[in-house]
Design a protein around this ligand. Structure first.
Ligand SMILES: *[C@@H]1O[C@H](CO)[C@@H](O)[C@H](O)[C@H]1NC(C)=O
Ligand SMILES: *[C@@H]1O[C@H](CO)[C@@H](O)[C@H](O)[C@H]1NC(C)=O
Ligand SMILES: *[C@@H]1O[C@H](CO)[C@@H](O)[C@H](O)[C@H]1NC(C)=O
Ligand SMILES: *[C@@H]1O[C@H](CO)[C@@H](O)[C@H](O)[C@H]1NC(C)=O
Ligand SMILES: *[C@@H]1O[C@H](CO)[C@@H](O)[C@H](O)[C@H]1NC(C)=O
Ligand SMILES: *[C@@H]1O[C@H](CO)[C@@H](O)[C@H](O)[C@H]1NC(C)=O
Length: 631
């Protein structure tokens, strides 16, 4: 029953991953792929976990340990292979490696006794230049969503020239995410995807650029959401090893999901919102499509996938064992059924072998389930349903000092601050003169555009925050810093899917004719700081825009010949208006607008050639500055 652990081992890190256990064989074929990402610390902030110093890269090695799964007894070590990363630097390696005994302990096992393992190891090294070198490529990629038609944009062309679209999608999504450009790009490519979709019940079911971008985005920004929603149940399944509680687990997973909308990241809500509207526009006569467009992602491509393979979403460190895996698969199927929106036909149901399973899944198509699924889908795509969601219980702030500028008044003194009582429900934020008295002012939740801290310097008061809602901001001072944070969090949660939310705000107040923060003198000047709720902060920190741009540059470089062929094809169509060339190397790329595509291709090629020169210069400099006698 062998399995292998695959690790990247270095002086300061050790990432370990595991293959599945192959039952009853001494000739296993694991056929699994593992990715390890290493970055230089200089291009990262201190917080990143992927930090490695240059000299550490020299010391890194890939280690594969083979084990026999002992089930109830201890696992037995079968042998290991170590490959230093530095020998991989030149190329990718596919070879048979002899398994070695453990280094420590001098057990006299002959090496050829241990057998061998075939590995394919690929090492890609990107040399990231200083930021300014990437400005033009970055700008070209970031304006992709504004290009008409979208197929003439640099980002779209990138996905076309890479044979394996996945290569392109990862750096592209990270880059767009980092620069707050993902939503419009996804909307533009989704529209293209929908154009090719003939039937409403197949929306977003295939693998297109749009669906892959959303998948990748959900993996990046949905990590925390999944963790708070599903990790406890999945851990419980892993502990119990039996699936007789299937119904119980499915109910639990279902309950957790449908009440989780409040934790759904803003970015996911924004993407779902636009996909829903695009799908409804494409199929105006289908009342269900607006739901299936969202459920294709959140149920089928997010929750259902995370349940079957929790390790790919970092919910569990490794593959679940066989028994757990079976239970998780059944739970995942139930989630798919729930998310399938009645498109699951009788024939599909009867394909479940065991009839009791068929009955079981049918139970989830009852109305009470579909109603709560519908409400959940409304919530995560920020469309108002009958029952607004949000807080299950109103939140009360006992006391707070509040200042709301009267229209036209310019001077603010101490007496403008008054003690007020606040209450937040899922519909509105109110404040009251006295506890339990009628509110003196109400802000509907849907009108709130941002909730942010307020610099202490504004009024020389600590623990202040501001609610921006179209009219003059409402400034509130909480009793202490804990309460201030709790209020900001609660308010952000209920408002995170509001449309027209602000991207920028002023961290200080507008006093005596200027904003204290940026000194702008017009009161309606756009904010000078980015709102915090936009993209999760940890995501922002982990993404290095230059590194991703370098990756994209490499992809263009490797496939320069494809770019040139495409350029040629566009040129001949534009000039001769002749018949389109036979699609050969540029595969299925349809040139929608040859002039616009030609223009973009030319820019890409110019930029890539310039960057190539910079890289060549750097390489020369590095090799000439190497010290005599050094490696
Ligand atoms: C391994 O994966 C390749 C490509 O995904 C597939 O063609 C092949 O059949 C797989 N082999 C086994 C033993 O699963
Ligand atoms: C890598 O390439 C360099 C020259 O480009 C060569 O000197 C070196 O031996 C190669 N290393 C390996 C492990 O093949
Ligand atoms: C292993 O063998 C080496 C030399 O043969 C010896 O120096 C070392 O002490 C041995 N280690 C153990 C744990 O027996
Ligand atoms: C780039 O083109 C080459 C040759 O046409 C091909 O082998 C390679 O797979 C392509 N690379 C990508 C990332 O698609
Ligand atoms: C990059 O520059 C080198 C040296 O000038 C050249 O050989 C290579 O073809 C260039 N590659 C691309 C993609 O332009
Ligand atoms: C082009 O499209 C056809 C059918 O749509 C598909 O079978 C083929 O694999 C595609 N070719 C490439 C290179 O993507």
């Amino acid at each position: 029953d062998p399995y292998a652990t695959v690790s990247l081992v270095g002086p300061s890190r050790n990432d370990q991953k595991k293959t599945k256990v192959k039952k009853k064989t001494s000739n296993p074929q694991f056929n699994e792929t593992f990715y390890f990402e290493v970055t230089r610390s200089s291009s990262y902030t201190k917080k990143s976990q992927f930090q490695v110093e240059e000299e550490d890269i020299e010391k890194l090695e890939v280690r594969v340990d083979l084990w026999n799964n002992g089930n109830l007894v201890q696992d037995v070590f079968l042998g290991e292979i170590k490959v230093p990363v530095k020998v991989l630097r030149n190329d990718s390696f596919q070879a048979w490696y002899l398994l070695q005994p453990r280094e420590n302990g001098n057990k006299s096992s002959k090496t050829d006794d241990l057998g061998s393992l075939r590995l394919n190891i690929c090492y890609t090294e990107d040399c990231v230049l200083p930021s300014e070198y990437y400005a033009s490529l970055r700008n070209l990629l970031l304006k992709s969503s504004d290009v008409q038609p979208i197929s003439a944009s640099a980002a779209y062309i990138l996905s076309e020239v890479c044979r394996d679209k996945y290569d392109a999608v990862l750096p592209l999504v990270r880059l767009l995410l980092h620069h707050h450009k993902l939503v419009p790009f996804v909307a533009a490519v989704a529209e293209l995807d929908l154009k090719d979709t003939q039937e409403a019940n197949t929306v977003f079911r295939g693998n297109s650029l749009a669906t892959r971008c959303v998948d990748e985005m959900m993996k990046i920004v949905g990590k925390h959401y999944l963790k708070v929603t599903l990790k406890p149940v999945i851990d419980e399944v892993g502990k119990n090893h039996r699936n007789e509680n299937l119904r119980y687990y499915v109910d639990k997973v279902f309950r957790e999901i449908v009440r989780s909308s409040i934790s759904c990241p803003t970015l996911m809500c924004d993407v779902f919102y636009s996909l829903r509207h695009l799908a409804a526009k494409r199929f105006p006569n289908d009342p269900h499509v607006q739901y299936s467009a969202v459920s294709s992602f959140v149920f089928l491509r997010f929750f259902a996938v995370a349940v079957v393979s929790p390790h790919t979403f970092h919910l569990r460190p490794h593959h679940p064992d066989a028994q757990t895996s079976r239970t998780l698969t059944l739970i995942s199927k139930a989630i798919q059924t729930l998310g399938s929106w009645g498109s699951l036909t009788k024939s599909k149901l009867s394909s479940f072998k065991e009839t009791f399973m068929c009955e079981f899944f049918k139970a989830f198509q009852e109305e009470k389930f579909t109603e709560s699924v519908k409400k959940f889908l409304d919530d995560v795509s920020s469309t108002e349903s009958k029952e607004p969601s949000g807080l299950s219980e109103p939140v009360h702030l006992k006391e707070g000092e509040m200042y709301k500028r009267a229209q036209g008044r310019t001077r603010i003194g101490k007496k403008n601050f008054k003690k007020r009582w606040f209450c937040l429900t899922s519909r509105e934020f109110t404040y009251h003169k006295q506890q339990d008295k009628e509110p003196i002012f109400t802000i509907p939740i849907k009108n709130i555009l941002a909730v942010e801290k307020l610099d202490e310097s504004s009024f020389n008061k600590k623990n202040m925050f501001q609610i921006l809602h179209g009219e003059k901001p409402l400034y509130i001072q909480a009793n202490n810093c804990v309460e201030a944070s709790e209020w900001i969090e609660a308010l952000c949660r209920v408002t995170r899917c509001n449309q027209k939310r602000l991207s920028f705000y002023h961290p200080s107040a507008f006093l005596n004719g200027n904003w204290l923060c940026c000194k702008a003198t017009l009161e309606n000047t756009v904010g000078c700081a980015r709102c915090t709720a936009d993209v999760p902060a940890d995501t922002q920190i982990e993404i290095d825009g230059d590194r991703e741009t370098e990756r994209i540059y490499s992809l263009f470089t490797i496939n320069m010949s494809k770019l040139q062929k495409l350029e040629e094809a566009c040129g001949s169509i534009a000039v001769y208006q002749g018949p389109r060339k036979e699609p050969d190397d540029y595969s299925n790329f349809t040139i929608e607008d040859s002039v616009a595509t030609f223009h973009t291709l030319k820019q890409i090629i110019d930029i890539v050639e310039k960057l190539n020169e910079s890289h060549e210069k750097y390489r020369k400099k590095r090799s000439s500055s190497a010290k005599y006698g050094s490696e």
